[in-house]
Design a protein around this ligand. Structure first.
Ligand SMILES: [Zn+2]
Length: 142
């Protein structure tokens, strides 16, 4: 699911966002347009060919997506939090818990799992200091 459909024009520095399917938005200098909202990513302009055949790109894409299931889980977390009377902080926390449970958010001062190999009982961790360590489960009874 597309969460944000947006670019920054490298010529005029405009940040432009297409907010719905037929929201065609053009930057101030006219070099790049975005379209499609959360339905699809469409770009008009913003790129071309140099005389030597190489291509130039005149915008920085700031679009991003989440898997459909996770996006729907976040939307459901909003509904559930609202239905149980949570205020805006409670709603925000419910969404952040959903993203954290999916390993999409890491709290400050928290290790992050980079990879897990259950066949080898190994796990790779990004430590708080940014270093990466690999741990292997050891059975001390043998
Ligand atoms: Zn522009």
């Amino acid at each position: 699911m597309i969460v944000q459909n947006a670019v920054i024009c490298n010529k005029c520095d405009d940040f432009i966002v297409s907010k719905h399917r037929h929201d065609f938005v053009t930057c101030g200098c006219g070099a790049i347009s975005v379209d499609g909202g959360q339905a699809y990513l469409r770009r008009v302009g913003g790129a071309g060919q140099n005389d030597d055949g190489s291509t130039w790109q005149g915008y920085t894409d700031l679009s991003w997506e989440l898997p459909d299931g996770l996006y729907k889980a976040c939307a459901q977390a909003v509904l559930d939090a609202e239905a149980s009377g949570r205020n805006h902080i409670g709603v925000a926390n419910a969404v952040m818990r959903t993203l954290r449970d999916a390993d999409r958010i890491v709290a400050d001062h928290e290790q992050r799992i980079l990879a897990h190999n259950p066949d080898l009982d190994e796990i790779m961790i990004v430590e708080v200091d940014g270093s990466v360590n690999r741990y292997k489960k050891v059975n001390v009874d043998e």
